[in-house]
Design a protein around this ligand. Structure first.
Ligand SMILES: [Zn+2]
Length: 200
């Protein structure tokens, strides 16, 4: 794009590095910012920088946080004796969006993966065990994803947690709402049958 001034070209290529933004969208956003008042653009940049400087991991659950404790861990209404174990912060946010779970979380930071040398100590599993002891946790809900690594991590946790007086449950996996059995893969159907329950 020879016709573009250098500074605009730089802005476009910076935006283009963001996930989901191709050259066209990046150009559209750059043009939009160019047409916006200086103050708006400054606010936008400041917000990004502030986020980058401020965000760290919560001391207890490893969710993202501006402070020592994240908004979930510092909420007294959330039950500290019920912990939902997730792989990532994005998984945590998905569960929060459902607005149903009233316990707390523990973000593992990934899954066990022997091929890539990811062991329990590389995840936050030791810290989870410390929390269970400290807060006398009653229930652990394992909400790792139904992938090979997610299942392996769930099985590992079940084994380790046998030493503790906690109830260990696994989130159900099955047919999505609005789904159609015709189009569901056999593994999902098998898991859905395993997770079947009686009508209340
Ligand atoms: Zn937290």
């Amino acid at each position: 794009m020879k016709a573009l001034p250098k500074s605009l070209k730089n802005a476009i290529s910076a935006l283009q590095g963001l996930p989901g933004l191709g050259e066209k969208s990046a150009t559209r956003i750059a043009m939009y910012l160019l047409d916006s008042p200086q103050e708006r653009v400054k606010e936008f940049c400041d917000a990004l920088l502030k986020m980058k400087q401020s965000i760290r991991r919560c001391r207890d659950c490893f969710h993202l946080s501006d402070d020592d404790l994240c908004p979930v861990c510092s909420d007294p209404a959330r039950d500290p004796q019920q912990i939902c174990v997730v792989e990532t912060t994005s998984d945590l946010l998905s569960i929060e969006q459902a607005d149903f779970f009233k316990g707390r979380y523990h973000v593992l930071g990934g899954t066990l993966d022997p091929i890539n040398n990811i062991s329990p100590e590389d995840l936050t599993i030791p810290q989870l065990l410390d929390r269970i002891k400290r807060d006398r946790v009653k229930e652990i809900i394992i909400a790792t994803n139904p992938t090979q690594q997610g299942e392996a991590t769930a099985h590992y946790l079940v084994e380790v947690l046998k030493e503790f007086p906690v109830t260990v449950t696994r989130i159900g996996v099955g047919i999505p709402m609005g789904g159609d059995l015709k189009y569901i893969d056999p593994v999902t159907i098998r898991l859905a049958l395993e997770a079947r329950r009686s009508f209340p």
